[in-house]
Design a protein around this ligand. Structure first.
Ligand code: PDD
Length: 273
């Protein structure tokens, strides 16, 4: 694993005074690895930089150094298929809510995990549940504060669903750990990238691919009614890539099978690796 600037054997390194542990005071990224290559690593690190800026955290190393270390970590661990998890907390210091003194440096941790591709679920599709979005108003920052996401995902799992689609009132925002797209007619709709959603790296790539495929995407808000009436629904996230959603709660979406547009987008995404 990577601990600050050292690659070392995995150990129990948690310091009870780490602010990530006590306050969720830190940021993170999850990066997919395909055939030994981290996918869209630069984009993930750019987002990490932005998250750091938004929570007033100064990254302890340059993005280039971090990138090299993560590539080295994948090589040392001989990871072929899986993910890199990395987080940077504001550091370990006596528990006081305010930022620690300037001599406390942020703590970076990263490790890899082998995971098979999700090909089967991407081909067959999955189901989702709907639940109220109870998160804070800066969902655009990828912070360690994930309790509302955890509660939502648990609700999904208890209902044999892959995801919990979140809504603020009638407006669908995203899902507990993925972005949501709906297809109505020939056009695609997804929540705009503002403070109510995390602007997924997969989401951004899908927007680019849709443009190349001449598929029109409207980055506008849409309602629960639109979601349930849609011809197709799909979610996007690192490693999940593009997963067709065939049922939301007890409501069948479209024909109940993965739709043509979703399949096109999935195929285009797969051509990236
Ligand atoms: N989650 N929205 C939320 C709330 C997320 O947590 C994620 C990713 C996404 C999709 O982002 P991306 O395409 O960059 O992975 C959207 C990661 C995978 C996680 O927390 O494990």
């Amino acid at each position: 694993m990577l601990f600050n600037d050292r690659i070392m054997d995995r150990e129990n390194l948690i310091n009870i005074e780490d602010r990530g542990y006590q306050f969720g005071d830190g940021i993170y990224e999850v990066i997919g690895v395909y055939d030994g290559n981290p996918l869209m690593l630069d984009e993930h690190l750019e987002r990490l930089e932005r998250s750091a800026r938004e929570v007033l955290l100064t990254l302890p190393s340059s993005i280039d150094d971090l990138k090299n270390k993560l590539i080295e970590l994948v090589a040392v661990n001989e990871l072929v298929e899986g993910i890199i998890y990395m987080q940077v907390s504001r550091g370990a210091a006596e528990r006081l809510h305010e930022f620690p003194k300037s001599d406390v440096s942020p703590v970076t941790v990263a490790y890899t995990r082998a995971e098979d591709r999700m090909t089967d679920i991407e081909n067959k599709g999955a189901t989702a549940v709907l639940t109220e979005d109870i998160r804070w108003l800066r969902c655009d920052i990828k912070t360690l504060n994930l309790l509302p996401n955890v509660l939502a995902k648990q609700q999904a799992v208890e209902n044999n669903a892959i995801e919990a689609i979140l809504h603020r009132g009638k407006t669908v925002t995203e899902a507990s750990a993925s972005n949501v797209f709906i297809v109505m007619g020939r056009e695609i709709y997804t929540h705009p990238a503002n403070n109510f959603i995390l602007n997924g790296i997969t989401r951004r790539k899908v927007l680019q691919l849709c443009d190349e495929l001449n598929l029109k995407v409207n980055e506008v808000t849409y309602t629960i009614g639109d979601l349930l009436d849609a011809d197709e629904v799909f979610i996007t996230a690192t490693k999940l890539d593009v997963v067709p959603i065939l049922k939301v709660d007890n409501h069948t979406i479209g024909t109940g099978k993965p739709g043509e547009i979703t399949k096109k987008v999935l195929q285009a995404f797969r051509s990236l690796y």
